[in-house]
Design a protein around this ligand. Structure first.
Ligand SMILES: NC(=O)c1ccc[n+]([C@@H]2O[C@H](COP(=O)([O-])OP(=O)(O)OC[C@H]3O[C@@H](n4cnc5c(N)ncnc54)[C@H](O)[C@@H]3O)[C@@H](O)[C@H]2O)c1
Length: 496
């Protein structure tokens, strides 16, 4: 006998041969329920010419108000984490604008195009305000956030000086670290324990301590740590029971990021993964997330080159232009670039970057156009550039009668400047999901795919990578949560 949870969070008991079979059953049922729900909503929306009101929020679910402080916990206090925290403080002090943040600057259209209703996202859904955010983090180095931000060299020192008192007060808690998973770095600020379960318990104690000392009423964890070596799931990751046994037995297939995720989910805290590590992409984490109503999502922030890919590839597909090759290369000189110089960590990143084209272009549906693509991704560690990455793309496409053409993209971007607003949006939206009676028990928050190179989906569903579909999905989820009509862009009613 084993328990499984349906898409509405109801618990069922059934005879299964083992817990993996129970989870598989659960995943199938959930995917089916989501598909049925989506079909029902599409039909409803189509019947009312695209502006059908979904039932009011009180009828489908409730969203608790964002009362009190929101505590943000950051495993990994490097370039991205410090650029994010420094940025929030700079915005709070009126020194800069939160550019790139959907929650802070984005608007959302409601009703018909003629209604003229486009509030800001943060005014439409009840999100935590920036003034209510408090922070902590873990790192293998002892630098506080001011020192770490200075070392990262992303932000101008004149801005950092103004933020120094605040940033200096955020000191890293000792990390759970395993050099085998990140070969290029080592540091002194590391926890010791008799086994991995003991280390995970210490992380849980840190979480409880932060909640108490900061006075936060709610928490979110966001992995901003280095990219860990590539591994594949094993038996140890298939269920909570197997995972906890493996923790006690020091199983080498349990990476540090998984221990942070386990600790967070055990404490009922939502967890997002900014790196391409396996971390929460595991049956055990889905089980825990659903059981403890702690939403998960990830992985790998969609920032520079992949952002461009998920904009260009949908355009080729929409116009039925063929693709024969896509060669992407990068030079990057920050610590992330150094970590990715290790083949194990690079393989994790490569897998995440490569999946995108195949899912968008669907070669199975368009074999003449996308059946034979040569796709290559390279990342080269080049210290002189620091955080200011340069990414080149050479794209070989073909058009009418097969005539070849080329596109070149040269993106001189700033990695952490692109990632920081994503961190902000993710923590605010995950907190919203946790306060939504409809979303918190679902586990994976697929509506947050917009922010990731490798979005998470329930097993059996292919991920949606097209940036514009992801954006529509996110905004329709917000409309749905607040009892507003979904927008299908049908628009026939304007011509009645
Ligand atoms: N900046 C971007 O555009 C971008 C995009 C996608 C993904 N990412 C990913 O985000 C992550 C952070 O990037 P970054 O530029 O800040 O890197 P970074 O190297 O500056 O910071 C990572 C920090 O994590 C720490 N760390 C490593 N293992 C740890 C552990 N087990 N516990 C606690 N701390 C640990 C390191 O000491 C380091 O300070 C990386 O994995 C990167 O691949 C970044």
């Amino acid at each position: 006998m084993a328990d499984w949870w349906d898409a509405d969070g109801r618990r069922h008991r059934k005879q299964f041969s083992n817990s993996a079979a129970a989870r598989e059953h659960e995943h199938r049922e959930t995917a089916l329920a989501h598909a049925e729900r989506a079909t029902r909503e599409m039909k409803l929306a189509a019947r009312s010419s695209g502006t059908k009101k979904t039932p009011k929020a009180e009828q489908t679910g409730t969203v608790d108000p964002a009362k009190g402080k929101l505590g943000i916990m950051l495993p990994g206090m490097g370039a991205v984490a410090t650029t994010f925290v420094a940025g929030v403080e700079a915005v709070r002090k009126g020194l800069a604008k939160p550019i790139g943040s959907l929650t802070q600057m984005g608007t959302i259209r409601l009703g018909k195009r003629t209604d003229g209703r486009s509030p800001k996202v943060k005014e439409f859904v009840p999100l935590a305000g920036l003034d209510d955010l408090v922070f902590t983090g873990w790192d293998i180095f002892e630098d506080n956030m001011y020192e770490s931000a200075t070392n990262a060299g992303v932000l101008d020192y004149r801005l950092l000086e103004q933020l120094k008192p605040f940033l200096s007060g955020i000191k890293p808690r000792p990390a759970v670290f395993d050099h085998n998973y990140v070969k290029k770095i080592d540091g002194p600020n590391v926890k010791k324990g008799k086994n991995k379960m003991d280390l995970a318990e210490q992380l849980r104690a840190d979480i409880r301590d932060f909640k108490k000392t900061s006075g936060a009423s709610r928490l979110v964890t966001m992995w901003c740590g280095s990219t860990e070596s590539y591994i594949e799931p094993t038996e140890a990751h298939q269920s909570l029971k197997a995972f906890e046994k493996a923790l006690r037995e020091n199983d080498e297939m349990i990476a540090p990021s998984m221990m942070y995720a386990y600790a967070s989910l055990m404490e009922g805290v939502p967890f997002a993964n900014g790196a391409p590590n396996l971390t929460v992409d595991l049956p055990v984490m889905l089980e825990l997330s659903r059981k403890n109503e702690a939403p998960i999502c990830g992985k790998d922030f969609k920032t520079g080159q992949t952002l461009m890919k998920t904009v260009l590839a949908p355009a080729f597909k929409a116009r039925l232009l063929g693709l024969s090759g896509w060669y992407s290369t990068n030079i990057l000189g920050n610590r992330d670039g150094e970590v990715l110089d290790d083949p194990g960590s690079f393989k994790t990143k490569e897998e995440s970057k490569l999946g995108v084209l195949e899912h968008i272009l669907q070669p199975g549906l368009y074999p003449e156009l996308y059946g034979n693509i040569f796709h290559k991704v390279r990342i080269n560690y080049y210290p002189p550039r620091g955080d200011n990455k340069e990414g080149w793309d050479n794209i070989d496409i073909f058009g009418w009668l097969g005539y070849p053409m080329q596109i070149k993209v040269d993106f001189l971007c700033r990695d952490s400047i692109l990632a920081a607003p994503i961190v902000l949006d993710l923590v605010l939206f995950l907190d919203l999901a946790k306060r939504s009676s409809e979303l918190r028990g679902l586990g994976i928050q697929e509506w947050l795919s917009f922010f990731f190179k490798s979005p998470m989906t329930v097993p059996g569903l292919y991920p949606e990578h097209d940036l514009f579909i992801q954006s529509m999905k996110l905004k329709n989820t917000l409309r749905h949560l607040m009892g507003e009509g979904l927008i299908t862009h049908l628009g026939l009613e304007y011509y009645d």
